[in-house]
Write a protein of this length. Structure first.
Length: 284
């Protein structure tokens, strides 16, 4: 069986690489130090592969009848997509994928009846380009693009179920002694392009981060509803469904909040969670 060695979730706010200088210096420091800290959690766990869950900003998935999840099956990835390079102030990068891991996830998800597809030509925007800026490009990535914003989206219940499936695949189907990190990206509160584009909901964000610290699946499903997330910011806050996938994959571990900034200039809440002692739960 493979070893689950770390589980983290973080915002992928494009301003963190695209226009960070617009934020007050004190906020810049908290964000940069925070991203470096959560990247260190992953690096120190020495993963052989990262299984990543991030929302698709309608860049890859079809607008009509999109699957809930799309597993990236390529052996090699490039990013950001050309349109996003100037916006994110990133020149471009390459990193490996892992076809074997991707196919194991895809086939298991299909067998369990999840709404899932697979593609080898995914385009990346801030969903992966911002986290990878801090995590680096040395560890192969299996990206799972998630439909968080184009109804019908997966529900919190669906997201938790998918996280449990990922955990099962990691522990029961992947090669023995493979070290696996799970990384979710998206959120926190924001409303891209909507009437509340330049606002955020720090109270909601801190409440949600508290939910992740507790990691009570039944409470998360019951309280962190689609409607509640949309109240905090329509079209963006539901990216936190990806965090629920990570939470479930962590298998009952509790999270700690690595950092949080409610940044007007970044147009969203920016923060991260890391689930503690996930390797110990699996005997890694």
């Amino acid at each position: 069986m493979a070893k689950l060695v770390s589980v983290v979730a973080m915002a992928h706010a494009p301003g963190v690489t695209g226009w960070l200088e617009a934020a007050p210096a004190s906020e810049q420091k908290v964000m940069i130090d925070g991203y470096r800290a959560v990247a260190a959690v992953v690096a120190e766990s020495r993963p052989d592969v990262i299984i990543g869950i991030a929302n698709d900003h309608m860049l890859n998935l079809p607008l009509k009848n999109p699957p809930h999840w799309c597993v990236g099956t390529a052996a090699r990835w490039k990013g950001p997509a050309e349109f996003f390079k100037a916006w994110l102030k990133q020149p471009g990068y390459e990193l490996s994928g892992n076809v074997e891991v991707a196919q194991a996830i895809l086939q298991a998800a299909k067998a369990e009846g999840f709404s899932v597809d697979g593609r080898s030509d995914l385009l990346f925007d801030d969903n992966w380009s911002v986290p990878l800026w801090f995590m680096g490009y040395d560890v192969p990535l299996v990206p799972l693009q998630m439909n968080c914003i184009n109804p019908p989206t997966p529900s919190p219940e669906d997201s938790v179920a998918f996280g449990k499936l990922l955990r099962k695949v990691i522990l029961e189907q992947l090669p023995a002694d493979m070290r696996v990190a799970v990384v979710a990206t998206g959120g926190l509160s924001h409303e891209p392009g909507g009437p509340r584009y330049f606002t955020l909901d720090a109270d909601f964000d801190n409440w949600f981060l508290g939910l992740m610290e507790e990691s009570d699946e039944s409470r998360v499903v019951r309280e962190a509803t689609i409607d509640k997330m949309n109240e905090a910011g329509g079209g963006g806050t539901t990216e936190l469904l990806a965090w629920m996938v990570a939470m479930a994959a962590a298998g009952g571990a509790k999270a700690r909040t690595v950092f949080y900034v409610g940044s007007k200039e970044m147009r969203c809440g920016v923060g991260a969670s890391a689930w503690e002692n996930v390797a110990e739960l699996d005997g890694a």
